[in-house]
Ligand binder design. Structure first.
Ligand SMILES: Cc1cc2nc3c(=O)[nH]c(=O)nc-3n(C[C@H](O)[C@H](O)[C@H](O)COP(=O)(O)OP(=O)(O)OC[C@H]3O[C@@H](n4cnc5c(N)ncnc54)[C@H](O)[C@@H]3O)c2cc1C
Length: 386
């Protein structure tokens, strides 16, 4: 039998959980559905961008205290960028920043929903069919055992979004060439309190080592086309980097891997695409909101989930679910992120095609660290999380 809801949120990652939590006082009947059973892991660098915490605190001020009690986080004081010639630049962060394995962080967020929102949470259900008919949305699981009829569906289902494929437009081809790979290691000779980024010779993107505490490190790299060709096997390339790069091979001399090396596409932002339509909104990775330079997407997933909740409430208040009405959601998301994503997309392209320019700019950045702080805190008006 069909279950009837006002809103179905597909995907319970940072975007979906934030959206569900933001709807807790709306009076709407909300279903949150994920194909995984939580706690579940997610291929990621496990770096939780500072703004994520600010947004979660905005969502529920009690989150600040709950975060203090959350043990599965590792405080990060700085980031260090290493150039291929060994020169480095250290940036000390003024806001709180943590690394946390996604198996724990995403579970923390979903538990917020389970504890504080009257939302029906369905885990272990993979949505396959989504149809818009007779002013309703019809949703079915892969095995057709689970079906929902609702007024609105929210695509929080990540990089391979089913909601986007069934109802939205596919992202432009040239944005889809970015990928990242990661694995967890122990015994890496790296900082325990700084996220390390390495720019590699003749390879676009960056390699990272992010400490997770207890001798545990998230290690990976992100890269993009056309900087690497199809013929490059990225897994093999990863192994080559940690065994032959003069600096990194030293750091990995005694390292032991304790998870599979997994890769995933990075739906980076930078070009304007439609992220809503009649009776649906897309958020987070489903809306291509990953920063092309840093690869960070958790903060934008959370914020877009919150903005989607505001739009949903407006739709129900005004009984208007049309695509033209929902463009105000696109406008709200792009007002915050479009300028930054477009600029970083442009910078990413410059770095790929003209890497020598970064070498030229590097000394300026090194001796003007305020430029970084301005870039991250002043322009975005982020205030430190208290
Ligand atoms: C290797 C790698 C490293 C990264 N490192 C970082 C980092 O360090 N910091 C950072 O901020 N960002 C990082 N990112 C990006 C970050 O992982 C994403 O931006 C973020 O997870 C987006 O959140 P989301 O909620 O939109 O999607 P997701 O976190 O992907 O959540 C989507 C959810 O939808 C569910 N789902 C999908 N399809 C269906 C379906 N058909 N039916 C039901 N459920 C479904 C999934 O099970 C999943 O739980 C990295 C990405 C990669 C690939």
């Amino acid at each position: 039998m069909n279950k009837i809801y006002d809103v179905a949120i597909i995907g319970a990652g940072p975007a979906g959980s934030s959206c569900a939590l933001a709807l807790r006082n709306s009076g709407l009947k909300v279903a949150l559905i994920d194909k995984s059973t939580f706690p579940r892991d997610k291929t990621c660098g496990d770096a939780i961008p500072g703004p994520s915490l600010k947004f979660l605190k905005e969502l529920r001020k009690e989150f600040k205290l709950e975060l203090q009690d959350f043990e599965e986080k590792h405080k990060i004081k700085s980031s260090i960028l290493y150039m291929p010639n060994g020169e480095s630049l250290k940036i000390d962060w003024v806001t709180d920043a943590y690394n946390s394995q996604r198996i724990h962080f995403d579970d923390l967020l979903l538990n917020q929903v389970k504890k504080h929102a009257k939302v029906s949470v369905y885990e272990g259900i993979k949505i396959k069919t989504i149809k818009r008919e007779a002013q309703k949305i019809y949703i079915k699981s892969r095995d057709a055992q689970f079906s929902i009829i609702c007024d609105m569906v929210i695509g929080c289902d990540g990089a391979n979004s089913t909601v986007s494929r069934k109802l939205g437009e596919m992202p432009p081809e040239d944005l889809s060439g970015s990928v990242a790979l990661s694995a967890r290691y122990e015994n890496v000779k790296a900082s325990n309190e700084a996220n390390e980024f390495y720019l590699l010779k003749n390879f676009p993107g960056y390699f990272w080592i992010f400490p997770l505490g207890k001798n545990n490190y998230n290690v990976g790299f992100g890269t993009t086309k056309p900087g690497y060709s199809k013929s490059v096997n990225l897994r093999q390339h990863f192994q080559k980097i940690i065994t032959t790069d003069p600096v990194l091979s030293e750091k990995f001399a005694e390292a032991k891997v304790h998870s599979e090396l997994k890769g995933f596409k990075l739906p980076i932002g930078g070009k304007k695409i439609n992220i809503s339509g009649e009776r649906f909104l897309l958020t987070g990775d489903a809306a291509n909101l990953i920063d092309p330079l840093s690869g960070h997407g958790i903060d934008k997933a959370i914020k877009s989930g919150m903005l989607a909740a505001q739009q949903i409430e407006k739709c129900f208040q005004q009984k208007n679910f049309t695509s033209s009405f929902n463009t105000s959601y696109d406008a709200a998301v792009f007002a915050i992120y479009q300028k930054e994503l477009r600029r970083n997309f442009f910078l990413m392209k410059i770095m790929i095609h003209f890497p020598f320019l970064l070498r030229m700019v590097f000394p300026i950045l090194k001796y003007n660290k305020n430029l970084f702080h301005k870039y991250y805190y002043v322009k975005k008006k982020f205030t430190p999380v208290k």
